[in-house]
Design a protein around this ligand. Structure first.
Ligand SMILES: NC(=O)c1ccc[n+]([C@@H]2O[C@H](COP(=O)([O-])OP(=O)(O)OC[C@H]3O[C@@H](n4cnc5c(N)ncnc54)[C@H](OP(=O)(O)O)[C@@H]3O)[C@@H](O)[C@H]2O)c1
Length: 278
C-alpha cells in the first residue's frame, strides 16, 4: 500500500486530474480523505466533491500545504502561474509529479523550488485506466517516492520508467500522440467499409472490434506483429492483395516520418522555438 495515509494534492482538476482521482479510488489505493484538489472553477469543485468526497479549494497555495505528493495536472500554458502559486508552500520532502506535456524538469524545479520531481507523459486512454505513461525522476526522488509515483501514475494504466528526460520527447511522439494516429487509421478503415457498402454503424462496429480484438490477440499470443500478420496472409489471397497496396502506398515510410516529425516538434516546443519539419 504505497499511498497509505499520504496526502495527495491535485493542482488543476480537469479531465486528467479527475481520471487520476477516479483511478486511485477505484483501485482502492487511497481513501477520499487523502485527496485534495484545486481548480479556478468552484462549480468544478462541487462536482468533484459530489463524485469523490474529496477536499476542494480554489487556491493552489492552500491545496499543496502538508501534501506528500503534489500532482501538477494543469495545461502547460498555465504551468508558470501554478508553479508560482505553490512556491514557498511545499513541504521540504514533497514529491512533485507533473503530467503536463512538454514542461521540462528544469523549469518546474526553478518555478516551485522542489527537488524531488517526476515528469511524465500519459495518454488519453488513461481516462479509462487503459493508458500507458512514460515517466522519469530527478535523482532526489527516493526509492519510496518512486514506488509512490508508480502507484499514482498506475491510476491511468500501465507505466514505463525511463532514466533520461530525453525519452519524454520520444514518448510524446509515440504514446502521447499515439492515440491520434490510431484514431486516424480507425477512421480511414471505417470510411473504407462505408465505401464497400456497409452502413456507417456496422462499419464502425466491425472496425472497432477488429482493432480491439487484434490488440488483445497480440497481447495474449506474445507473438511479433509480423508473425500475426503472416498468419492471416494466404498466398495470393485478399490480405496479401491489400497489404501490397499499403506497402506500395508507403504506409511504413509515412508512419516513420510522421512519428519522427512529432518527436522533432516536441523537442522544438520544449525549447520554446521552432524546428524545420520534413
Ligand atoms: N488529456 C489527456 O489525455 C492528456 C494526455 C497527456 C498529457 N496531458 C496533460 O495533462 C494536463 C492536463 O490536461 P487536461 O486534459 O486534464 O486539461 P483540462 O481538462 O483543461 O484540466 C486542467 C484544469 O486546470 C484548470 N486550471 C487552469 N488554470 C489553473 C491554475 N492556474 N491553477 C489550477 N488549475 C488551473 C483548468 O481550468 P480552465 O478550464 O479554466 O482552464 C482545468 O480545469 C495537461 O498539461 C496535458 O498536457 C493530458
Amino acid at each position: 500500500m504505497p499511498l497509505q495515509n499520504l496526502k495527495i494534492a491535485f493542482v488543476g482538476s480537469g479531465v486528467m486530474g479527475e481520471a487520476m482521482i477516479k483511478g486511485l479510488l477505484n483501485k482502492n489505493l487511497v481513501q477520499s480523505n487523502q485527496l485534495f484538489a484545486s481548480d479556478p472553477h468552484i462549480e468544478r469543485g462541487k462536482q468533484l466533491i459530489a463524485r469523490y468526497a474529496l477536499t476542494f479549494t480554489a487556491h493552489n497555495d492552500d491545496v499543496v500545504k502538508n501534501a506528500d505528493i503534489v500532482v501538477l495536472s494543469v495545461k502547460p500554458q498555465v504551468m508558470n502561474k501554478a508553479l508560482a502559486d505553490i512556491r514557498g508552500h511545499l513541504r521540504e520532502d514533497v514529491l512533485v509529479l507533473s503530467i503536463a506535456a512538454g514542461v521540462k524538469i528544469k523549469k518546474m524545479r526553478a518555478g516551485c523550488g522542489a527537488k524531488a520531481i517526476v515528469r511524465s507523459m500519459p495518454n488519453t486512454p488513461g481516462q479509462i485506466g487503459e493508458g500507458i505513461t512514460v515517466w522519469t525522476a530527478t535523482p532526489e526522488v527516493t526509492g519510496e517516492q518512486r514506488q509512490r509515483a508508480t502507484a499514482v501514475l498506475g491510476a491511468l494504466g500501465e507505466t514505463l520508467f525511463v532514466e533520461d528526460e530525453h525519452y519524454l520527447d520520444m514518448a510524446t511522439a509515440l504514446n502521447g500522440s499515439g492515440p491520434a494516429y490510431i484514431f486516424l487509421f480507425m477512421e480511414a478503415l471505417i470510411d473504407a467499409g462505408v465505401h464497400l457498402g456497409f452502413s456507417r454503424q456496422d462499419a464502425e462496429r466491425l472496425v472497432l472490434q477488429t482493432m480491439k480484438g487484434s490488440v488483445e490477440y497480440a497481447l495474449h499470443s506474445g507473438l511479433h506483429p509480423a508473425q500475426l500478420r503472416n498468419q492471416v496472409t494466404s498466398p495470393g489471397g485478399t490480405s496479401a492483395e491489400a497489404l501490397y497496396f499499403f506497402e506500395k502506398g508507403g504506409l511504413r515510410n509515412v508512419v516513420s516520418r510522421a512519428v519522427w516529425a512529432a518527436y522533432k516538434r516536441s523537442v522544438a516546443l520544449g525549447s520554446g522555438g521552432s524546428e524545420d519539419e520534413d
